[in-house]
Design a protein around this ligand. Structure first.
Ligand code: ADP
Ligand code: ADP
Length: 227
């Protein structure tokens, strides 16, 4: 079964259609890129996949359920199974690296210090566990954010322009980390980006959005990463 699927989904704001009759399956274990200009509907698509928003019409299924049919508490439970990574990292500045990574587990009363340590190690920041975000580079902060997103073993990882604030070298490392997570944990990744190199580097498929319309979905032939 797909991890998520959208069937004839439209999201309308008055006369504006942020998404217009979009049909798309996201397969388990794939990395799918989503590209499109500003206003194309990328954020709206992520909000649907994060069960933060419902479509005006059409059907959405995420991790086996229809969010529109869930109660608020069930929506919160579903959203705990979805990891999010943002352009601006969104770390808590008054918490250490370790506390940031541990937070999702703490909120679920599923504290697992060993798992937290192993993820800090996985993203290469075990020696920075007691530092605060401001003491880290942008790339290191994004690694913390990815560790935090992975700590709940999410069935779906949504990455919203995760490398747009980073330089080229750092970008490569972050893309490699997302690709590794898919390889090592089977994590399904939706990568929204305006950076075509990112798409070519790690994605299996790319969806092209234009003014709310899914213009095409094409496979990516990859040269190096992700094997
Ligand atoms: P992108 O993330 O690709 O820039 P968005 O999903 O943010 O695109 O927006 C798609 C379209 O929907 C745009 O025309 C935007 O102005 C419109 N839109 C998005 N959110 C709202 C909203 N809350 N109210 C009105 N229009 C919106
Ligand atoms: P183990 O059975 O020892 O946990 P795994 O191969 O399942 O071995 O995991 C190796 C490491 O990766 C462990 O530290 C585990 O906590 C972590 N891990 C496993 N699955 C995931 C996942 N889906 N997301 C994030 N981390 C994971």
């Amino acid at each position: 079964d797909p991890v998520a699927s959208l069937e004839h989904v439209t999201v309308a704001y008055g006369a504006t259609k942020a998404l217009d009759d979009l049909t798309l399956d996201i397969a388990s274990g794939e990395i799918i890129g989503v590209i499109g200009e500003s206003g194309a509907g990328k954020s709206t698509l992520l909000a649907l996949l994060d069960a933060a928003q419902h479509p005006t019409s059409g059907r959405v299924r995420i991790l086996g359920t229809d969010p529109a049919a869930l109660r608020d508490r069930e929506i919160r439970e579903l959203r705990r199974r979805i990891g999010m990574v943002f352009q601006g990292f969104n770390l808590l500045s008054n918490r250490t690296v370790r506390q940031n990574v541990a937070l999702p587990l703490k909120l679920q009363r599923a504290v697992d210090p060993q798992h937290v340590e192993s993820l800090l190690d996985y993203v290469g920041l075990a020696d920075r566990a007691d530092h605060y975000p401001a003491q880290l580079s942008g790339g290191q902060q994004q690694r913390v954010a990815i560790a935090r997103a992975l700590v709940t073993r999410p069935g779906l990882l949504l990455a919203d322009e995760p490398t747009s604030a980073l330089d080229t070298r750092t970008t490569e490392g972050i893309l490699q980390l997302l690709s590794d997570a898919r390889r090592d944990f089977g994590t399904t990744v939706v990568l929204v980006t305006h950076e075509l190199e990112a798409v070519g580097a790690i994605c299996d498929r790319v969806a092209v959005l234009e003014r709310g319309v899914l213009q095409r979905v094409f496979p990516v032939v990859r040269a190096d990463y992700g094997r």
